[in-house]
Ligand binder design. Structure first.
Ligand SMILES: *Cc1c(COP(=O)(O)O)cnc(C)c1O
Length: 502
């Protein structure tokens, strides 16, 4: 026994000296405190690598931040009359219950139907992970957490809204839904949700993705969806766009126009959208509610909350409960939305009413926008390509409740690779925008010695993005930051009418 103890002490001293020699302060710290039961190791004991809630802690209500916002997001406008869209008008396009949610600026909590809660149990609660390995790698005093939404076949947070939208379509007795998909995550999530409820699912997939991501397409077809590359000959707007721009690789805005037209021409169908709209952001609040519950369990109060921003649904969902506290004056956080430098809606767009789609058939939304005609450079690899931004987030940004930064894609893939190698998860390029800024903030803490707590949204996995990773690994990835002249045509296409000055 004594010999064993002596051996242990010798080994410890030896290891300490070795580490001292290697200059690894952090590891020494671990071993030293292991003796006394203080400091880092106790910290590690107290806060696990993953905080999992119990199944019965999955939220039973979505949280509607609009009820608390002093300046409400502006209503959608009818593009012909320029009057706010009425519920009746919206019901021609969207499911009845979703229209109610879209227009609800007053109820802070909206019950999640039991069937949706049951489906959530298949892949929720999602873990809140303490990125101990990343912290160690960066040698930062910052404490980094991420909420991981990639643990389902669709590989992203999009399933949180897809299942809700499919449920309401089924409940209304509809036959099916139409939608668009860019990189394919939304189409996949919706295909899964439609398969579950036995609904027909018609997906217009941006042509360049349809060709570059055949496996995504096959996943959707495996779940029973019909996938059409957009622009296509199957709609009037598709034929028009093809005639004007032969050989175009398509865009989200264009696929939206086709999906809406396809819905209008079909009895018993409605159109569903994977981001931007108030209802989608509402469904995504399960992310923020779970994250907050997990943090509260261990009395962790974040200083900085970071999320990537395409149409804004995951970011809005993550930050809603925290932004609510800010609006009520209870707490203060730094909230940062991260977007690609090649599609910079927040940081270089204007706050104005604009079309949500290229074909200009959808209602006008007041948002930060680059113009519905904006198409990101073909060399942009990382998703988040929508020209506009959620009206809720646009208003929060406008009111100074959140900030935004843009990052270039090679630095995003640097962060993705660094993260994958220490934390194990292969992140989606979209999510890696948030990783980039989380790492940047953690490195700032290293400079200043501040122990800030950083929470970021890890929205999904990147298995279908290997063409982009390959480009990066081959050293062929280039950054592209549009010049003002490149953005001008898009911005010039934003409609001008009294009250829409920008
Ligand atoms: C779609 C997607 C996003 C961006 O969409 P938001 O509506 O802005 O959240 C981010 N990450 C992943 C993995 C996605 O699939």
């Amino acid at each position: 026994m004594l010999i064993y103890h002596l051996k242990c002490i010798f080994i410890q001293i030896y290891v300490k000296l070795l580490l001292l020699y290697m200059g690894n302060k952090e590891a020494i710290c671990n071993i030293m405190f292991a003796d006394t039961g203080k400091g880092m190791v106790t910290d590690m004991k107290k806060i696990p690598y993953k905080i999992y809630l119990e199944e019965n802690e999955i939220p039973t209500h979505w949280y509607n931040l609009r009820a608390e916002m002093k300046n409400k997001p502006a209503p959608l406008l009818n593009p012909e009359t320029l009057q706010p869209m009425t519920a009746e008008e919206l019901k021609a396009v969207f499911c009845d219950e979703l229209v109610t949610q879209e227009l609800d600026d007053t109820n802070a909590y909206i019950p999640i139907p039991q069937e949706i809660q049951d489906f959530y149990k298949m892949y929720r609660p999602s873990p809140l992970v303490r990125a101990y390995c990343l912290e160690e790698k960066l040698q930062t005093p910052a404490k980094i957490y991420y909420k991981f939404e990639g643990n389902n076949t669709s590989g992203s947070h999009k399933l949180n809204s897809a299942i809700a939208q499919a449920y309401y379509a089924k409940k209304q007795g509809l036959k099916g839904v139409t939608t668009e998909t860019g990189a394919g995550q939304w189409g996949t999530a919706l295909s899964m949700a439609c398969a579950y409820f036995g609904l027909d699912c018609l997906v217009y997939m941006v042509k360049v993705s349809y060709e570059q991501k055949p496996f995504r397409r096959e996943v959707m077809r495996t779940y029973g969806a019909t996938v059409t590359p957009s622009p296509s000959e199957t709609t009037e707007i598709g034929r028009k766009i093809l005639a004007e721009h032969p050989g175009t690789s398509g865009s989200l805005g264009c696929a939206i126009s086709e999906a809406v037209e396809a819905e209008m021409g079909r009895e018993g169908y409605r159109y569903v959208l994977g981001s931007v709209l108030n209802q989608v952001l509402l469904h995504q609040t399960v992310i923020g509610l779970e994250a907050k519950a997990a943090l509260d369990k261990y009395e962790i109060v974040p200083d900085i909350i970071i999320g990537c921003a395409g149409g804004g649904s995951n970011l809005g969902g993550l930050i809603s409960p925290f932004a609510g506290e800010m609006i009520r004056g209870e707490r203060n956080y730094r909230i940062i939305g991260v977007e690609p430098a090649s599609c910079p809606s927040f940081t270089r767009g204007v706050f104005a009413y604009d079309f949500c789609d290229t074909g200009k058939v959808c209602p006008l939304a007041k948002m930060y926008t680059l113009g519905s005609g904006f198409i990101p450079s073909a060399n942009h690899a990382g998703g988040l390509r929508y020209h506009g931004m959620s009206p809720v987030l646009s208003q929060l940004y406008h009111d100074g409740i959140m900030e935004a930064v843009s990052v270039e894609q090679t630095s995003v893939f640097d962060a993705a690779t660094q993260f994958a190698r220490v934390e194990g998860i292969l992140p989606a390029p979209e999510s890696s925008h948030a990783i980039r800024v989380a790492i940047d903030e953690a490195l700032k803490c290293k400079e200043t010695g501040e122990e800030k707590t950083i929470v970021f949204g890890l929205t999904g996995t990147g298995y279908f993005d290997m063409v982009a990773y390959e480009k990066y690994n081959n050293g062929e990835m280039r950054d592209y930051v549009p010049a003002d002249a490149d953005l001008k045509p898009g911005l010039d296409g934003i409609p001008r009418f009294p009250g829409n000055e920008f």
